[in-house]
Design a protein around this ligand. Structure first.
Ligand code: ZN
Length: 410
């Protein structure tokens, strides 16, 4: 948990990572995020086997080991099963009044977050330094290293579930259109499934109804998949226990070629992009009448705690600290994402988008990005445990660089 140990790991990663992320030359084209993965400064490898990432069985075994060796600090629960019958694990650590849920791999091919969570849990399970003890005392962390086990095992984005099986479970949907975020196949794998990160609804008691289908991208989802229902149920259980869930973090990956615009690393490839909930114009003002607990500024404060922690740990010139804002034009609106649904219920939510997909980079770059994610999570844990996150100015989030989407073209 100590920033010192993070910095040591960062130095080691820096040495191996520099050739891949050397300073980008000034680009001729106006949009510097239009990079080419096949060449240049954002060159990626292509490892479709996704070697180097933990399998579902390996993650389950590591969680069991952590529970067995943590002297009672870590408790691992099964919060549900995937459509193919794999257990969905949640690891809980800490005894504080504030509650943080961190979810990874809801998109099964986005996996740095899973490794980062195992590292974070290991530190919290075994550390006896003052920072670790303060975190355990001030916070209750519930980690979901693999929210989409079936997708992870296929190394693809979507879950595995046929529409026929959905209708079998919800007979009222017989004859209704298929939900817009259900796919017949994904990444060349001919199995149907859901984009689980569109399957959430701010009405946490929502029951699927045929007149709501197929739905639209800007609106809420329908809790049609067992994986999203398991996450919803975990949220409700924690809200019952603590009164509120303070924060929810969702760990993802993005494209490999997005250069920061502005800031101390102007022009370099972004490593981790952060975001608050995409709920349309005026900070989601249209939702406030029905969902008065929405607090976009609280989400931005939590995102800032992540970003500042990464920059303090590595120094603002380090490739590990190439942090910026994720794509967020005013009109961007995805009410069916988990982070949006929970935010509308009063939880501060932060999206991590890590550069590249799991197969985009070799193990060295993957390890470096994993380290950045873990450091960001450690910073948020510390900031929530101490209450420092409450003292940040959420408007400072907008001072962070983006990667060219926020154009002011004339
Ligand atoms: Zn994703």
């Amino acid at each position: 948990m100590s920033k010192r140990s993070a910095a040591v790991c960062g130095s080691a990663a820096l040495a191996v990572a520099l050739p891949l992320v050397a300073l980008a030359p000034a680009a001729a084209e106006p949009h510097r995020n239009a990079g080419d993965p096949a060449s240049g400064t954002c060159r990626t490898q292509d490892d479709p086997q996704a070697s180097g990432w933990s399998s579902y069985e390996e993650v389950a075994a590591e969680l069991a080991r952590l529970e067995a060796t943590s002297d009672g600090r870590v408790e691992v629960d099964v919060i549900g099963q995937s459509a193919e019958g794999r257990d969905i694990h949640a690891a809980r650590v800490g005894t504080g009044d504030r509650v943080l849920i961190v979810q990874s791999a809801v998109h099964g091919n986005e996996r740095t977050g899973t490794e980062a969570l195992l590292g974070l849990l290991n530190d919290l399970a075994t550390g006896n330094d003052p920072d670790t003890l303060r975190a355990l005392e001030g916070l209750t962390l519930v980690a979901l290293p693999i929210a989409n086990p079936d997708g992870l095992e296929l190394n693809r984005r979507t879950s595995v579930l046929s529409w026929e099986d959905v209708v079998e479970q919800y007979p009222q949907l017989e004859g209704a259109p298929t939900a817009w975020y259900h796919r017949a196949s994904n990444l060349g794998i001919d199995l149907p499934g859901f984009d689980l990160n569109r399957d959430f609804n701010p009405d946490l008691d929502y029951v699927p109804s045929p007149e709501d289908l197929p739905g639209v991208g800007t609106d809420a989802g329908f809790f049609l998949a067992p994986e999203s229902r398991a996450v919803r149920d975990l949220y409700l259980d924690l809200r019952d226990e603590f009164g509120t869930v303070d924060a929810f973090v969702d760990l993802h990956h993005m494209g490999p070629c997005n250069a920061l615009t502005g800031g101390p690393q102007d022009g370099r490839q972004i490593s981790v992009a952060l975001d608050y909930p995409p709920l349309g114009v005026d900070d989601g003002a249209a939702y406030l009448a029905e969902w008065p607990l929405l607090d976009q500024d609280a989400s931005r404060r939590h995102a800032l705690a992540v970003a500042q922690g990464i920059q303090e740990a590595y120094g603002e010139q380090s490739p590990l600290a190439a942090v910026g804002r994720y794509l967020h034009p005013d009109e961007r609106e995805f009410a069916g994402q988990g982070r949006s649904a929970f935010a509308l219920n009063g939880t501060a939510t932060v999206l991590f988008e890590v550069r590249g997909q799991s197969h985009s980079f070799g193990q060295k770059m993957g390890g470096m990005l994993t380290q950045s994610v873990q450091t960001g999570l450690e910073s948020l844990v510390d900031s929530m445990a101490t209450g420092a996150v409450d003292t940040l100015d959420g408007d400072d989030f907008f001072d962070m660089p983006d990667y060219g989407w926020d154009t002011t073209a004339d």
